[in-house]
Design a binder for this molecule. Structure first.
Ligand code: SF4
Ligand code: MG
Length: 331
């Protein structure tokens, strides 16, 4: 499998507005704080975590919607920061995005035809007639029809609007589609339809996905690999099987235990996470998870764990994992 995207030590710190005028701010929100991962052609990488963990910021950094404070994003071996304005435009075509809110991302005054053809027009692709034909093809690709082209966004349901967004994202024949909570605003019954559509499109067009969600249940149906984020960092990353069958990080274990089992009244295995997600302005010392972790020790509040190798495809950042490895198992 070919490497298509490589994210190296990515950081994004947002300065906090100072209440004292003209005084330089010294405080930052460390939204993304040292994230690295690789993305391979044709796969779906899930990025999972609670709201505020930095997953949407990672998405926007990859799409060049914001620039990193530090670190690089390499697309097909080329650092996106090294590209000229013209080259960035072309790289942008290859990496498209589907956002969470299908209501906010479609201009209500425009027709569906205009909205889907807009990326083509911006990049100067085709004439008006060929763009119109392309719109019809794209509508059919996402399960709508030519009949919908002259309508406006408010005439569609949430699920249909997300189909329109997907058609728009596909207009430029991207290699990578970054889906940021694409079904979170939809009813559960509609979620499955949109997820199935995304899966079908992936096979049809050989797409590579980054699929961002706070919901491990949704990721369950989609992903080949999963990265779990907590407070701006990846705390565990591995194949679907490794994360579901052999989670090593206490935070991953807690997220997984919250997924409803066949019997929803069976809560005995449920790990309840107490406390709120701490602030990324003043993250806790040591392991950022230590105030919510049921295994936390003295060491956890003092020393930050680093990503450790579980297998060639599985990494975790937790002192507990290391200590288990060091202690020989009782015979
Ligand atoms: Fe819990 Fe300590 Fe592991 Fe952090 S390093 S997840 S606090 S056991
Ligand atoms: Mg978000």
């Amino acid at each position: 499998k070919g490497l298509v995207l490589k994210v190296n030590n990515l950081r994004k710190y947002f300065p906090i507005k100072n209440s004292i005028p003209f005084k330089k701010t010294t405080q930052f929100v460390k939204a993304v704080d040292g994230v690295s991962f690789e993305l391979y052609k044709g796969e779906t990488l899930g990025i999972v975590g609670e709201s505020g963990c930095g997953k949407s910021t990672v998405a926007r950094l990859i799409n060049q919607l914001i620039t990193p404070t530090e670190g690089t994003v390499e697309f097909n071996g080329i650092d996106l920061a090294s590209l000229s304005t013209k080259e960035i435009r072309s790289a942008r075509k290859s990496i498209q995005m589907v956002f969470q809110n299908p209501y906010a991302s479609l201009d209500p005054r425009k027709t569906i035809e205009y909205l889907i053809a807009e990326p083509l027009a911006i990049h100067g692709i085709g004439d008006e007639a060929s763009r119109k034909q392309r719109v019809v093809d794209l509508l059919e690709t996402v399960g709508l029809s030519a009949y919908h082209a002259k309508r406006h966004p408010h005439e569609f349901s949430g699920g249909q609007r997300q189909r329109i967004n997907i058609a728009r994202a596909l207009a430029l024949n991207p290699d990578i589609v970054v889906c940021d909570e694409p079904v979170s605003a939809l009813d559960v019954s509609v979620q499955a339809q949109v997820i199935n559509l995304l899966k079908d499109l992936q096979h049809e067009f050989g797409l590579t996905y980054i699929f961002i969600s706070h919901d491990l249940n949704v990721v369950n149906y989609m992903c080949d690999r999963i990265a779990v984020m907590y407070l701006g960092k990846i705390v565990e990353i591995g194949s679907y099987e490794e994360i579901y069958d052999n989670p090593q990080h206490p935070y991953t274990q807690a997220l997984l235990s919250a997924i409803p089992k066949e019997n929803p009244f069976d809560t005995k295995d449920r790990i309840i996470l107490t406390g709120d997600v701490p602030s990324p302005v003043n993250p806790p010392s040591g392991c950022a998870f230590h105030k919510r972790c049921r295994f936390a020790t003295e060491k956890c509040s003092q020393m930050e764990p680093v990503l450790d190798t579980v297998s060639t495809t599985h990494q975790v950042s937790c002192h507990l994992f290391k200590s288990l490895q060091q202690k020989p198992l009782p015979s």
